[in-house]
Ligand binder design. Structure first.
Ligand code: GDP
Length: 338
């Protein structure tokens, strides 16, 4: 059963057939493996519980595709699905997917009985190298095959969502972001906080990131686009690389205490002193400043500012301080309830 630390917190399950890409996905997203190195990964040979140093404490259970959990009496369904928030089912889009779709259908139908609230998130995966038209054709075909089967069984309302993903670009992170956002209670409140911040500070776009995975937990109400997400997520890498970018203005002792922990990919035992990361750079090509502020040991706020807003930094900082405080409060309350 689940470790005590994960009790009551949303859990992600990653499933799919052998070689569909499960180990690669968890290695790239949660362990920063460069995508090309997944070529040499051992295929998943057993159930792997993978505990993440992430703010939601979610786990990826990497199931081997060849074991049919639904028919195997050794599997304790309650232990596996009892606390699951979302089931991510990986389908290899570069391979014949009929068998994968059939197994997925059987799994969804089996879950509908006892666990109808689990979000089923289908990752139509390895879509790099496929043309846009072909991608959409495949998505349409898979969607129809699943919807038809579900409505034949009177389950057309099962919460099934489709994502086109690849580990070779940001689409896998985008996919996870959408999955995670559905699991956050009161996401709307979080989004309004960011929307208000964008308005008062004249930001173009703001993202709240889980630093470890670079999955975004929330963003403001203006449309999320891949380009701004990529800029902000690459910026986190820049800041992790430039380890000497620490606070440039005074932080209260209290604020420092809140940030105890090891957020920047540094092991706890390796970390010295306080790592309150905050920074602002002007992007070279677009002349737009971009700012990053740590919220707690797992989360960071990253925003793209408008071109002329650099000279308003003191005001921006004041507003960002207030929002960081609000976010801390938000997650304290959410955790206490959870
Ligand atoms: P698992 O058995 O489901 O854990 O699958 P693996 O993670 O071992 O992946 C099987 C193969 O698929 C590996 O050679 C990966 O490099 C490859 N792979 C995984 N994700 C992608 C992707 O997004 N695009 C492409 N082209 N190959 C991928």
């Amino acid at each position: 059963s689940a470790p005590a630390s994960a009790k009551g917190k949303p859990r992600l399950l990653l499933m799919g057939q052998r070689r569909s890409g499960k180990s690669s996905i968890s290695s790239v997203v949660f362990h920063k493996l460069p995508p090309h190195e997944t070529l040499f990964l051992e295929s998943t040979a057993r159930i792997q519980k993978d505990s993440m140093a992430s703010f939601m404490d979610f786990q990826v259970w990497d199931f081997p595709g060849q074991i049919d959990i639904l028919e195997n009496p050794d599997f304790d369904m309650e232990a596996i699905f009892g606390q699951v928030g979302a089931l991510i089912w990986v389908i290899d889009a570069q391979d014949d997917y009929l068998e994968a779709v059939a197994r997925l259908n059987a799994t969804i139908l089996a879950l509908q009985g006892n666990y109808p609230l689990i979000n089923i998130e289908v990752f139509i995966h390895k879509v790099d190298g496929l043309s846009d038209d072909y991608k959409l054709d495949i998505q349409r075909d898979i969607t129809i095959r699943i919807q038809d089967e579900l409505s034949d069984h009177g389950c057309e309302n099962a919460p099934v969502t489709f994502h086109l993903t690849s580990i070779y670009n940001h689409s896998i992170f985008e996919g996870f972001s959408k999955v995670i956002q559905k699991l956050i209670p009161r996401l709307g409140t979080l989004e309004s906080m960011l929307t208000n911040l964008c308005r008062t500070c004249r930001f173009e776009k703001a993202y709240l990131f889980d630093v470890l995975s670079k999955i975004y937990i929330a963003t403001d109400s203006s449309p999320a686009d891949m380009a701004s997400y990529e800029i902000c997520s690459d910026y986190i890498d820049v800041i992790i690389d430039i380890t000497e970018v620490y606070g440039t203005w005074h932080r209260s002792e209290d604020g420092r205490k809140k940030l105890e922990g090891a957020p920047w990919g540094v092991k706890l035992e390796d970390q010295v002193g306080c790592a309150t990361a905050e920074s602002c750079l002007v992007l070279h090509d677009s002349r737009k400043p971009i700012m990053l502020r740590e919220v707690d040991r797992y989360l960071a706020l990253v925003a793209i500012m408008k071109e002329d807003s650099y000279d308003k930094m003191p005001l921006v900082n004041m507003n960002v301080d207030a929002v960081v405080e609000g976010l801390t409060e938000f997650f304290n309350i959410t955790r206490r309830k959870g």
